[in-house]
Structure formats: structure tokens, C-alpha cells
Design a protein around this ligand. Structure first.
Ligand code: ADP
Ligand code: MG
Length: 441
């Protein structure tokens, strides 16, 4: 077996299945000057591989392929070029360097494993519609901040279209890759620029991720606009993601802004608590783990910035449980996620929660602990009780004792009330979010 395949097998034994699927599997390898060149579909994966797995890869390659391989090991963003056709069979590949079967898509992104909720329902519907009927809504634009599933949905569209028709040419590219290839084409001169444009213009569906990266590069924007117009005129599907509504991206040409927003645009919002819990459960289940309500609630409270953070937190918890061979309990989750709340090696305590909540509502900790019933005090008291329950492992009766001798049923109903409100009132969910963020400092 070639050394890279052997190395892959070994890597699979050394790292978690999730890490393998998300980071190693998307890599493509090609022989290069006596060594190996690895291609990552985007710079995030490249950086992650460099940061986390390169020493292991080097070690394994040295073991199976010898030092020569390792000395010429490179990793870059892109796709291996197509092998030169052997024999007399004519080639129709046109040297565009894109693998037709995959088009840069990661097969792990599907509609089936995308959890739907209030914050992304429109986006998922739109994605599904476009996948069912490419060219129908042009362009389709997803906007929203990081880690909310834009790339996932965009690639799910590509994967579904491709699975229904292997001949459709889907081109997925991260905008950074688009920029870099254009710089390279300009540098090379000659016909490189035409080849560059052809690569994208020949797509039946073009998926460009994180278009905000094109801001401040007017020449590239002009080129992109040309490609865009050409595809649009031909009724070929264009899907774009952006970290905000294009109008708010500084350094983006007006004409591009209006073209990008001229089709169907959908915002993806951060998931509320109920949805975070649903996502956690679904992701846990797909990894063969079942989470209790309590643990899912805890993770959803501390890892509340976006789905990526949520997923990372879940992986830490599962990793910790596997490492010590234990059940996933609340204590284990708290331990595994200590870096998220209160910093490593530090447990969050009632005093800190009280101070943070008091600061936030502009009241005194003593007032929170008192039994006074002014509305704003009651709200801050309930929120403080809720956070203590969620973030520490104190029991209801413990908390009651700390909060001026309240009965445990009072604490329980206060926590239940906030939990209910968090599910339905995005304003309160955000408030809790910012309190947890303060506690993370
Ligand atoms: P973005 O492109 O908006 O920054 P991604 O699509 O990369 O976000 O999502 C970050 C991570 O969270 C990915 O692993 C993705 O699969 C996952 N994810 C995001 N939203 C969902 C969802 N609704 N259901 C399941 N996984 C999700
Ligand atoms: Mg993305």
C-alpha cells in the first residue's frame, strides 16, 4: 500500500473519528518531487492540520515511507492537478485542475445532519429549494456571523445536487482561495488568467464561501463580477456566504453589493437555548453518545456563542469521558469545560456569579440575596439562581441557603421559570449569553 494510505490508516487509529472526518479525510495527497504534497480544501483545515497533526503525520510517514518523503512534505490549500491522461484517449479536462467528482466539497456536510430550528429554518428551506431546483433563486446568499452553519448549508446544496447528477460540475471555493488563485494567475501571466476564469465560469453551480474576504481587492472583485454575470446570465446557480449583509461589508464595490443581494438572501441567526440542546443531542447521538438533559443544558449554557463552539465543547466532553473511561456526568462536563468558564483549573463559584449578575443589573449583591420583591431585583435574583444551578453543582436547597434561606422549591421554580423564558425570549437568552461571557473573562 502506498505510504500515504498506510499513514491514513494509522492516523485513524491515533485520533478521534470526528477529528479524522473533519480534518484528515478532506485532505488529498499527490506525489511531489520524491515526497508528498497534501492539499486541504481550505486554509482552516490546512492550519488545523499544521497545528495539530503535522508531527504525527511526519512521524508516521517517516515510519512507512522513509525520511525522503518527509523532507519533501508540503501542505497547501487547493486541489491536486489531474493526472496526465495515459494512452490515446482524448481528454476533455481542459487543465482546470478541479476534481469533477468532488468540486472541493466535503461530503460530511449534508441536509440530514443539519439540525433545523427557528434561527435557521428559512435558510434551510431556501437551501433545499435551490438544491431541488438549481438556478431557481439566483444568487442564493446566506449571511450571518461565524460558526452558524453557512458553509454547512452551502456544501449540503452542492453535495445533494452532485449526488443526484454526477455530471453536474459543482465548484466550491473559499473566497480566500479565489483571491489567492487570481493573484497567482496574474503573476503567471499568459493564458493563466483565462484558465482561472474558465475554471469558475464552467461551473454549473458555483459556491463561494465567505465572500467578505474579497473586500478591498477591487481587481479581484471586477473579475468575480464578470464570472458572476456570466453564470447568472446562463441561469447557473450561484451560492454565496458572507459574514454580514453585503451592504455592510466595507471595501466591497457597490455593483457587487447589489448583485450579491439581488437574489434570495437569508440570514442565519445564533441558535437559542432549545436549539443548542437539540444540536448537542443530535451531534452526540451521531457519535454514539447519549446526553442527559442536565449535561446538554450545561454545555448549551456555557458554549453559547455559536454551533462551532458548541461542537467543540461537546467534543471536549466526549473526549474527556473516553480518556478517563467514565460516564458523562455533569461533574465530568464541568471539568472538561473549565477552560470555557472561569479559566483553566478554576471552578466558578456563587460569589463570582453574584458579582457578575449584580454588575449587569446595576444592583448590589446584598440586594440580590435579600428578600425584597422589586421587579428588577426579582429578575436578577432568579437569573443568579439559574446561573448558579447551571454552572456549579450546588443543589436547589444549597442555593436556597445561600440566597437568604429560600426554600428549595422556590429556587427550583425560579430556575424553571428562567429556563422557560430563555427558550422563548431571545432577549433573555442574549442576556444570559453575555453574563456567561463575562464569567469567562
Ligand atoms: P459558518 O460557515 O457559518 O462559519 P459552519 O457551517 O462552518 O459555520 O458551521 C460550524 C460547525 O457547526 C460545522 O461543523 C457545522 O457542521 C456545524 N453546524 C452549524 N449549524 C449546524 C446545524 N444547524 N446542525 C448541525 N451542525 C451545525
Ligand atoms: Mg463558513
Amino acid at each position: 500500500m502506498p505510504p500515504w494510505e498506510t499513514c491514513l490508516q494509522k492516523l485513524q487509529e491515533h485520533i478521534s473519528a470526528d477529528a479524522f472526518d473533519s480534518t484528515i479525510r478532506p485532505l488529498q495527497a499527490q506525489p511531489f518531487q520524491g515526497g508528498i504534497k497534501l492539499y486541504a480544501p481550505n486554509r482552516y483545515i490546512r492550519d488545523e492540520v499544521k497545528r495539530e497533526y503535522l508531527p504525527l503525520i511526519v512521524e508516521l510517514l517517516a515510519e512507512f515511507g522513509g525520511d525522503g518523503l518527509v523532507q519533501a512534505l508540503e501542505i497547501e490549500v487547493g486541489q491536486p492537478s489531474e493526472p496526465k491522461p495515459k494512452g490515446p484517449k482524448p481528454s476533455i479536462q481542459g487543465g482546470n485542475g478541479k476534481s469533477r467528482a468532488r468540486g472541493g466539497l466535503d461530503p460530511a456536510y449534508t441536509f440530514e445532519n443539519f439540525v433545523e430550528g427557528e434561527s435557521n429554518r428559512f435558510a434551510k428551506d431556501a437551501a433545499q429549494r435551490v438544491a431541488d431546483n438549481p438556478g431557481s433563486n439566483n444568487p442564493l446568499l446566506f449571511h450571518g456571523s461565524v460558526g452558524l452553519g453557512k458553509t454547512h448549508l452551502m456544501q449540503a446544496i452542492g453535495n445533494l445536487i452532485q449526488s443526484r447528477d454526477a455530471d453536474v460540475r459543482i465548484v466550491y471555493c473559499h473566497c480566500q482561495v479565489f483571491l489567492e488563485s487570481m493573484v497567482e494567475a496574474v503573476r503567471l501571466g499568459g493564458s493563466a488568467m483565462q484558465q482561472f476564469a474558465r475554471r469558475y465560469q464552467s461551473a454549473d453551480a458555483l459556491l463561494v464561501d465567505d465572500i467578505q474576504f474579497i473586500a478591498g481587492a477591487p481587481q479581484t472583485q471586477k473579475e468575480f463580477l464578470k464570472i458572476f454575470n456570466r453564470l447568472w446570465d446562463d441561469g447557473r446557480q450561484i451560492v454565496v456566504t458572507c459574514d454580514r449583509y453585503p451592504r455592510y461589508v466595507k471595501g466591497l464595490e457597490g455593483s457587487l453589493k447589489s448583485r450579491l443581494s439581488g437574489g434570495l438572501h437569508v440570514q442565519i441567526k445564533p441558535p437559542g437555548k432549545a436549539m443548542r440542546v437539540a444540536i448537542l443531542k443530535s451531534k452526540a447521538l451521531s457519535r454514539g453518545v447519549s446526553l442527559s438533559e442536565e449535561v446538554a443544558g450545561y454545555i448549551a449554557t456555557v458554549a453559547n456563542a455559536n454551533v462551532r463552539e458548541l461542537d467543540g465543547a461537546l467534543q471536549s466532553v466526549i473526549g474527556q469521558a473516553r480518556f478517563i473511561g467514565d460516564e458523562i456526568t455533569l461533574e465530568l462536563a464541568q471539568d472538561a469545560l473549565r477552560h470555557l468558564v472561569g479559566g483553566p483549573g478554576r471552578t466558578i463559584n456563587i460569589g463570582e456569579i453574584l458579582r457578575t449578575v449584580a454588575d449587569h443589573y446595576d444592583v448590589k449583591p446584598a440586594e440580590i440575596l435579600s428578600r425584597r420583591r422589586y421587579r428588577h431585583l426579582v429578575r436578577s435574583r432568579h437569573v443568579a439562581m439559574y446561573l448558579v444551578k447551571e454552572l456549579t453543582n450546588r443543589s436547589y436547597s444549597d442555593i436556597g441557603k445561600e440566597f437568604g434561606g429560600s426554600h428549595h422549591t422556590t429556587v427550583k421554580s425560579a430556575c424553571a421559570k428562567i429556563e422557560r423564558l430563555v427558550q422563548t425570549d431571545p432577549g433573555l437568552d442574549e442576556e444570559i449569553h453575555s453574563l456567561v461571557a463575562d464569567l469567562k473573562r
